[in-house]
Ligand binder design. Sequence first.
Ligand code: GLU
Length: 478
Amino acid sequence: MKTNQVRVRFAPSPTGMMHLGNVRTALLNYLFARQKNGSFVIRIEDTDPERNFDPTATKIIQDLSWLNLNYNEGPFKEIETYAPYFQSQRTIIYQENLDILKKKELVYRCFCTAEELEKKRQRAIALRVAPRYDRICADISEHTIQEFLKEGKPFIWRFKIPHQGQVTITDLAHGIINFDLSHFSDFPLTRADGSFTFIFANCVDDFLMEITHILRGEDHLTNTANQVLLFKAFDKPEPLYWHLPIICNVEGKKLSKRDFGFSLNDLKNSGFLPEAITNYLAIIGGSFEQEIMDLEELVNQLNFDQINSTGNIRYDVEKLRWLNHKWIVRYPIEKFVPLVLPFIYESYPLAKQFNPDKMQQLISLVKTELTTLGDIVPAINFYFEEPIATKEGVLSHLPEGQQVDFVHAIQGFIASYSDPAQFLIDLKKVSKDLSLSAKAVFTVIRFAVTGVDKGPSLKDTMEILGKETVLKRLKQIF
Ligand code: GLU
């Protein structure tokens, strides 16, 4: 099947949890495919069984679905022409393709042991020359090869690269990039156990899956140079590349496990919304008039025909937090409640028995204050826990001379309490009568009722707490 359709792929190796770098790669591939009406393909690069912690790729697929990055083709969405989408199921295909290179005499067996190679490498370093495989095995006679094979001597297949000239890559952001081949080694296509290397399997899959554009991290640049040689060796058209800038931490170092927010799980568990994460990763390093965009808006707004993203980009958690807050504010309350309930239930198990309407009312009171979903816990603490407040502490917000009169007035309001609205009218009146600032008076009552100095309006706070609780808390102080 040959089409002019754009086909991009996200090809994770399931050796670790999803992190921001690969989420961004997945996202940009998704957005690129959507904008170009192309296909977004998922291929699982699971050729390393020992490091494969997610053999069915369930976790990766769940993460993509949580991020709303729906794919057109991949595991569980197979298209016969291109399937299977797990590299571990494609060994025969790689063998057939290696045979093609054998017939073209572009590969040779290398019997050098790891120790021998390491020695040569050290020697090159000592001589201050770039380590490069000396191609000694390319000249072994057929007779010796047969001897070695009979002895069961382990070997790998190496690709014979042109030792001179240049290899050229076309990159959407960097333009033309030339690599001098005199620095390159004949790279391995297989491992000693017969399995296939990343460089080989990844390239074979890309042309068999008719991938037109490869969007991946800049750390793959050297791999790309080698793979372009492979495309040529197979007489396959080379895809266009976009090497994405590396995401760095505040110190300018490549973002790593040690940085907060590196792993998608961490972000998810501390209450970041998928919309905020994808929004952030799509605009990171760029400048946009309108910054808050959902996936549809990003598809329409991003200019993939003029990519100027080169150089490292800095991960700014504060910006992500800001976007998360904006997304929380944007969320309709009905959709928001189920997202925060797990956080609430974990800290306040009693809440499971609460009336859902009441819960929704409580959540909507504090929603616009939240930066992450986890912030719901301290924000509604006033509702679940008695305030830690003392009479002295609470009254310290008022001048000493008026404290007695104020307490006296409040005691009167408690005795005649009907509802928050009336209470607040009384409170304003007493602030006037005693020449106290309304702000100070409200702060005193807020402390007495909630134990903290911020939250929803005092009226809303008192209403949600209910008459009985309000009076109980007021009486404890006054
Ligand atoms: N499995 C590779 C990785 O996770 C894929 C790189 C690529 O996109 O080609 O880095």
